[in-house]
Design a protein around this ligand. Structure first.
Ligand code: PMP
Length: 302
């Protein structure tokens, strides 16, 4: 595996980061995961904008790594890693931390009068996707209290609560974790690594509607979430951006699915042991995957 670290391409085992790196000591950094289909990026602008928003929030100066330069880095990474350029789905992972100062101190580090340079790391991997049969059979989820900090809209490397939630779900035999607020409202925010959608009955027209948490500080503005909302609305489907209650998700939803760069749309057919809808991927999830795939095809040709 060849990775990119601070301007160099090198074998992963030779890529070394200082123990005083702010990412290691404080979780002081952000990351991005960008999908590539046969070497072509999908929704690159959205990923790049979210990255810039994160850098702005953290006040990390990344101005000498512009979009064109980083696109070349990503292309080269895919090229240097055994045919990932040809893979149907691959992911570029990019992480930027506030760098490695000589000593540990909470405030932004300055060394010899200049601001310490950020650490820039990028790697890539194939995205494994379930077979159509596995996808249709669906996946399970466990509900986990949302104990994350107040700015989860920023894609920081502080993923401790997400890690613990994913492990809690695994320990319970579930495939995914879905966060519920700890207050009395018991609202669904998102998954430990994905956004959450429910298909609910629409009393107004007797059909169904797609419901997902609105953009706010309580969820990551998922690029896939945004795409799904967009393709659904373009197809004339009803999308309601509001928080669902735990009861709506577990007792009323006809279908539930999660979205992310690595999973696209993943049907959830069991939550805390209770079957959702008829226990397999439903018609709306199937339709939305088709709509998302055609959008991917328009952009990447794949
Ligand atoms: N929420 C969380 C907490 C995530 O980690 C992810 C995956 N990065 C998402 C949502 C989905 O975001 P995206 O569609 O941009 O991958």
């Amino acid at each position: 595996m060849i990775v990119y670290l601070n301007g160099e391409f090198l074998p992963q085992e030779e890529a070394k980061v200082s123990p005083t790196d702010r990412g290691f000591l404080f979780g002081d950094g952000i990351y991005e995961a960008i999908p590539y289909y046969k070497g072509k990026p999908f929704a690159f602008d959205g990923h790049w904008k979210r990255l810039q928003d994160g850098l702005g929030f953290l006040r990390i100066d990344f101005a000498d790594h512009d979009e064109e330069k980083m696109k070349k880095v990503f292309d080269e990474l895919l090229n240097r890693n055994n045919g990932l350029q040809q893979m149907t789905r691959a992911m570029i992972y990019l992480q930027i931390t506030r760098g490695a100062p000589p000593t540990r101190s909470h405030v932004f580090p300055v060394s010899n009068g200049t601001v310490v340079k950020p650490t820039v790391f990028a790697t890539c991997q194939e995205i494994a996707y379930p077979s159509p049969e596995r996808w249709t059979a669906g996946f399970s989820a466990a509900l986990v209290p949302d104990q994350r900090w107040g700015r989860v809209d920023i894609k920081t490397v502080n993923l401790l609560a997400n890690v613990l939630a994913a492990q809690e779900a695994k320990d319970k035999g579930a495939d995914e974790a879905i966060f519920v607020t700890e207050d009395d409202a018991h609202l669904i925010t998102e998954g430990s690594k994905a956004n959450v959608f429910g298909i609910l009955k629409d009393d107004a027209n007797g059909g169904s509607k797609i419901v997902t948490h609105p953009l706010s500080r309580q969820i990551l503005p998922g690029i896939t979430r945004n795409m799904v909302v967009q393709v659904a609305r373009n197809a004339g489907l009803i999308v309601e951006e509001r928080a669902m209650t735990r009861a709506e998700l577990t007792e009323e939803a006809q279908e539930v699915f999660i979205t992310s760069t690595t999973t696209e749309i993943k049907p959830i057919v069991k939550i805390d042991g209770k079957v959702v809808g008829d226990g397999k991927a439903g018609p709306m999830s199937t339709k939305l995957v088709a709509l998302l795939r055609s959008q991917i095809e328009v952009e990447t040709g794949v």
